[in-house]
Write a protein that binds this ligand. Sequence first.
Ligand SMILES: Cc1cc2nc3c(=O)[nH]c(=O)nc-3n(C[C@H](O)[C@H](O)[C@H](O)COP(=O)(O)O)c2cc1C
Length: 697
Amino acid sequence: MANSLTLSDSQSQLWNDVVQSISQSLSPADLLLLPLVALGSAYVINRGSVFPKSDPYRYKFFERPQQSSGAGVQSQSRSRNIADAVSQSNADLVVFWGSQSGTAEGFAQRLARESHQRFKLKPIMADLSDYDAESLARLPASTLVIFIVSTYGEGDPSDNAQDFVSWMNSTAKSSLEHVRFAAFGCGNSNYLYFNKTVDEVTTAMSKFGATQILPTGKGNEATRTTEEDFMDWKEKLFSTLASDLGLSEQENGYEPLVDVVEQVSTPSDQLHLGRPFQKAASKTPLGGLGIIPVPVISNKILTQYVTQDRACVEVTVDLSAHAQVKYKTGDHIAVWPENPMEEVNRLIRILKIESTRDTAIKITQKSDYDDVKVPSLTTAEALFRFYLEICSPVPRETVSALALMSPSAKVKEALNSISKDRDTYATFLENYHLTLSRLLEYAVSLDPTISWDSLPLCFVIDALPTMQPRLYSIASSRVTSPRAVALAVSVKPSTLLGNPDAMIPGLASTYLSTQGPSGNSPTDAPKLYVQIRKSTFKLPVNSTIPLVMVAAGTGIAPFRAFLHERARLSSVGKQVGPMILFFGCQNQADYLYEEELDELRLGQLTGKLEVVTAFSRAGGKKTYVQDMVHSRRSDVTRMLGDDDAAFYICGAATMAKAVGNVLTEGTMEVRGWSETEALNWRAIRKKENRWFEDVWS
Ligand SMILES: Cc1cc2nc3c(=O)[nH]c(=O)nc-3n(C[C@H](O)[C@H](O)[C@H](O)COP(=O)(O)O)c2cc1C
């Protein structure tokens, strides 16, 4: 079994080591080293079995984000005709968004706000699932339409864009000659179908006769340039509006989106102090498939590499108090992390709001095109701890916006200088982990006479993204562990390009690695807010179907669950089909669940399970999991083709792409097929539920 050291000794030690090594490299006077002490980063969580954004299959089986966020509730009373919405609010710009995990939605909000501030346009934000696609044809000719859409799964739209895109793809004719549009996509070039959704939308709009006013913009997460790609495209859009459409730009100052008012005598039971927030009234009931607080019943280290400051932990939560919440083997679990108190305090300190950190505040939306993104009533401390991503690096736009609010000319000049263009800011970020609090501290370091005590809280709320849940593949099987849900978490700080010694712990992985039962009573156990998310990554119902499984790192999680399930079936006399598991690790010490896999291989699954390992950093020749799949291509092709085996892959998108390529080449070689035939075969296997991917960026 895996090493079951308790949290309080070895995990604390690991993090003490991390923190110590951070502080050793800090010179107190040197704010240039601020990033070394940064805690949390959105992109660090891209590692391990975390989906930083979302999982590929959620849209197929689960509620749509606009439903869970409550927008669907509103839409019941709203017309589904976009032309009605435009005329009701007298809008001249519609910003349609399709987003799985908030990026495209956030961009849509920013675009709507800026179009109003810079051109006095009247925008409306439109969730693509709230309107009937046919109603586009009824839009007044003067309306400008913008699409901001992301791509998920394997070239699929986000779940709220599903119906819209299906309509576009299946409709032969629609009269949109009077519509002018522009489109931006959020994607990742590590996936086979890069930004497919925005391409589909653009093609369909053009096919229906609409006029595209500027080339489609594409954000690429693989190069970590999504933000800058959006800003470039947005500037082009605004200059097109100015030049081609004759709109004139207004004087541009900061206009808050929300109002924040103190409500001193509010009883604390009326405050939002931790429960995850869903915009407006949620359709998802608590319990059922809703968000539930669950105790952590175990937290153990699966592997630990002190020299590399990384570890892999297994966190198990208990669903017992929620009888109605069930999961299936292969499902995902969403976890809402909390920002570390050091970071919360840091932001409170630099804003000089220590004395009002616990004061009740009411937050209301000022614009009429969106709902308020954080809960109200709440407190500043709760906002920073639970509801806003205060640990992620700030986009360049925030630096420019802060320059406008700057209390001194010197600071204004410095902030404008680092944010003046994409390259300058990128170079700056190579050496700084620039969270909002660090940006404010950096400004003070440039001019110690300034204070940020007059920076309004509404600016902070506007500037920071809302806290997003992180998704993990469940590592336990419902059959063997129906109430205890395990997840494997890779805890690995990221570094800065210009400062490889800097270590920036991931937000959710650090949070999870430090949540463990501390006392003897289960009531002492810390609680996590979680939600079970259904996935299509499922075992075949027929247990005799052979399996080919490919995993790297914590991508082993769902396969551990699969194997436990098949072992149980075998132990009760059911026939199980042969299985081969390809598992890529850095080295032997990184071989997660090794003892368990050996026990299964030599015990209940004797003669049924083969485990093929690939060690990429074991010394000598680097072997990756795709190399092992390649070396066994004739067996794999035979199993997938002749034996009708189901194929599964779980891990990073780059690995999945490499394995996919190797398999395509292998099939071409073994079967004598062309590349097109091999790719068609893969698509057919997918349709037949014999090809499954659980992949993250
Ligand atoms: C599970 C998963 C699947 C994805 N699939 C694709 C894909 O097929 N093509 C692509 O270009 N990007 C893909 N991406 C990248 C997303 O489009 C990217 O993260 C985007 O910024 C998300 O935007 P959103 O938060 O608005 O949904 C995928 C990301 C995840 C997490």
